[in-house]
Design a binder for this molecule. Structure first.
Ligand code: ATP
Length: 322
């Protein structure tokens, strides 16, 4: 393999830059030219290809976001869009692609490989951690640390004023961020998409906590839940318990910021692994890390199989908040 393209797609995640850097430098070390494709799948269609070298990825390992930009691109889901992407890849002589993103990004590669003769490898870059075939995704560790920093601050004021807070974190379809933040922030309750919500039980738990001497209580809520947003939950809980709940929606701050050491390490490892896989002629897989070991999982499996939440941690949330 002489020429490889790299792009970032879907939601940006801290550590994407560290992954790009590893792809470029590990590729170059093996004599492979690496071309950066700007704005994700859109750049493949709009022919936004630029040759990268070692210097072009200098001083980016610590930066959040992605120097290649990212975009959501509906045209990539059409036959015309895919064909245009193939024409551009062929025109540049790109034989392999490293796609850094979430499950949508992977689905795009599965479709591309049906019409393109080249090779493609995915790298899991999303704060949501909802990708099968890797224990953690790039950006997840930074996102939970950012959310925890905010929760620690909320806890200070909650404790001082004896208040109840509902804190909404990201996670439209999965509760990985909420669960880890609930454990790390000592939350009293957690509402996640994977579990049916029992608001009466939560209201009762809040009341017991207050009567038992708790000065503050925090309910961590994933944005995708069966009640409908933090404000609605606060309203319903007030009706059931009589207490007022302050609402904080952490939103996009969870996406930004300098990646943690763990995210830089994971991104570096998986970016390097992606180049290793391509240079061996492997295609249609995603690079991942399971129990500390590098593992390649078929793209089909990563999009069709569900990664489970840690059941042990889930059981601990109500026990630890008594
Ligand atoms: P995140 O989970 O962090 O948002 P993601 O990679 O899942 O990341 P998506 O917006 O779902 O983000 O997907 C990114 C892009 O992948 C889409 O904008 C689209 O261009 C492409 N894509 C997604 N699904 C398909 C598909 N079935 N066929 C072709 N392209 C697709």
């Amino acid at each position: 393999m002489k020429k490889v393209g790299v792009f970032t797609s879907g939601g940006d995640a801290p550590g994407m830059n560290a992954a790009i850097r590893a792809v470029v430098r590990c590729g170059n070390a093996q004599g492979v030219e690496v071309w950066g494709i700007h704005s994700g799948h859109r750049g493949l269609i709009e022919n936004k290809f630029n040759k990268m070298d070692s210097r072009s990825v200098g001083n980016i390992i610590q930066r959040g976001g992605t120097i290649l930009g990212t975009a959501r691109c509906k045209e990539f889901k059409t036959e015309a869009g895919l064909k245009q992407a193939v024409r551009n890849l062929e025109q540049h002589g790109v034989e392999g692609l490293v796609a850094i993103g979430g499950d949508g990004t992977y689905r795009g590669m599965i479709e591309l490989l049906k019409v393109w003769k080249g090779h493609a490898v995915g790298v899991p870059g999303t704060i949501d951690n909802d990708i099968y075939g890797t224990d953690e995704t790039i950006g997840f560790n930074t996102a939970i640390n950012t959310a925890l920093e905010a929760i620690d601050k909320i806890r200070d004021t909650a404790d001082a004023h004896e208040r109840f807070f509902i804190v909404e974190v990201m996670g439209r379809h999965a509760g990985f961020i909420a669960l880890n933040v609930a454990i790390g922030g000592g939350a009293e309750e957690m509402i996640i998409p994977e579990v049916k919500t029992d608001l009466k039980a939560i209201a009762e738990h809040m009341r017991e906590g207050r009567e038992g001497g708790k000065r503050s209580s925090i309910v961590v809520v994933a944005e995708g839940n069966d009640i409908g947003g933090a404000a609605k939950i606060a309203e319903e809980l007030k009706k059931l318990s009589g207490f007022d709940y302050r609402v904080v929606i952490l939103g996009h701050i969870q996406r930004g910021g300098s990646p943690t050491a763990l995210d830089r390490r994971l991104a570096t490892k998986l970016g390097a692994f992606a180049i290793e896989l391509l240079s061996k002629g492997t295609s249609g897989v995603a690079a991942g890390e399971l129990n500390g070991k590098r593992v390649a999982t078929s793209l089909e499996d990563t999009v069709s199989k569900k990664k489970e939440l840690d059941a042990y941690l889930q059981k601990l949330v109500p026990i630890l908040s008594r």
